[in-house]
Design a binder for this molecule. Structure first.
Ligand SMILES: [Fe+2]
Length: 356
């Protein structure tokens, strides 16, 4: 295991200062009661649901590409199953969306945006039917991409201005396609048409969003950015979760993204989301296995290596919150991407096989 990679500590410190400020406020998100099903048990089922959702999205995108009508029935059914998984355990599907594999981007991104939207909507206490409708919005939000020429969509280098304008058309094309499709909830039309809009009027959007939907429109913009940044793309490496959150936080400072929705999102996934590699002040290196609701800077981690000699240690699980005041350096000072440390999350995370 390579543990000598420098992680940008200045960025880390700035981020912590900014996010600490944000976290001084009491979150609006609710604290979930204990899950009905243990995470280890639900993860396997959630992985099956996610696989099925990706397959259905592949079919829907295929139908759209061929000019056939998309059947919404299977999309409603799979979103219902996603909901049931969250009722069993809110973290299973969410963890699967936080940990990225190299995969077909559009299918994976569509499902991830659906999962994140549902997870935050649940934390904001929305009713089940709203959570499901928002999830459908996430699944279908980029459907217009099927009309963008593949050589532009998959181009491994920077897009020209012309190509960029072509890609931006996916918003209008997707909205138009969904309007013609029976069984698409109104909120899904809003999300498809406005997930690239920015609060300050920048970005690109199709429709004016009525006030009752602005929360979800903003949330879809935040989640779309986060998931895109942290995913593997042909033209760049994935951003670390913490750097993506820093960027989103900066954008909310510029009034491009709604700060209260940014806060709700961060409160749901954590400052060091599951799968983040972290280094402690005492130089031990580990991976985040669970977020602590009450203190996002002190998650539960699995320690794996010692930065001082770069060697693996016998892995052990530590709740940083319990060690917070013990003065032995169990405070996070840096975070990075598992790839930078040669860490395979499937090997080191509890129930890692589910993330394959
Ligand atoms: Fe998009």
């Amino acid at each position: 295991m390579e543990t000598t990679n420098a992680i940008d500590q200045t960025v880390q410190q700035q981020l912590e200062a900014q996010l600490k400020e944000l976290l001084d406020e009491e979150p609006e998100t609710k604290r979930f009661p204990a899950p009905n099903v243990a995470l280890g048990e639900e993860l396997g089922k959630a992985a099956e649901i996610k696989k099925q959702a990706k397959k259905l999205m592949a079919n829907a995108l295929d139908d759209a590409r061929m000019g056939r009508q998309i059947s919404m029935k299977p999309i409603h059914e799979i979103t219902q199953r996603m909901m049931e998984s969250m009722l069993n355990n809110d973290d299973a599907l969410l963890n699967l969306s936080l940990i990225k594999r190299r995969d077909d981007y559009l299918f994976q991104h569509s499902v991830n945006v659906g999962v994140f939207l549902m997870a935050v909507a649940r934390s904001l206490d929305f009713e089940e039917n709203v959570v499901i409708a928002v999830g459908i919005g996430g699944l279908m939000h980029d459907i217009g991409m099927v009309r963008i020429p593949e050589d532009i969509y998959n181009k491994p280098t920077k897009l020209t201005d012309y190509e960029l304008r072509q890609v931006q058309k996916h918003v209008e094309l997707g909205h138009r396609l969904l309007v013609r499709t029976p069984g698409v909830p109104e909120i899904a039309l809003v999300i498809a048409g406005s997930h690239h809009s920015r609060q300050d009027g920048s970005g690109y959007t199709l429709n004016h969003v009525s006030e009752r939907y602005t929360q979800f429109q903003q949330l879809s913009a935040i989640i779309d950015i986060y998931d895109a940044m942290t995913s593997h793309r042909p033209y760049r490496r994935p951003w670390t979760a913490t750097n993506a959150l820093k960027k989103i936080h900066e954008m909310s400072g510029k009034r491009q993204l709604d700060s209260s929705m940014v806060q709700s999102f961060i409160h749901r996934i954590g400052i060091y989301p599951v799968g983040s590699v972290i280094r402690l002040e005492n130089q031990l290196v580990g991976v985040v296995t669970q977020t602590n609701w009450s203190s996002l800077l002190y998650p539960k981690v699995r320690l794996l290596a010692d930065q001082r000699d770069g060697k693996k240690i016998e892995s052990r699980d530590v709740d940083l919150l319990e060690w917070k005041d013990k003065g032995q350096g169990y405070t996070i000072v840096a975070s990075g991407h598992p790839d930078d440390w040669g860490i395979d999350l499937m090997e080191v995370l509890p129930h890692g096989e589910a993330y394959g």
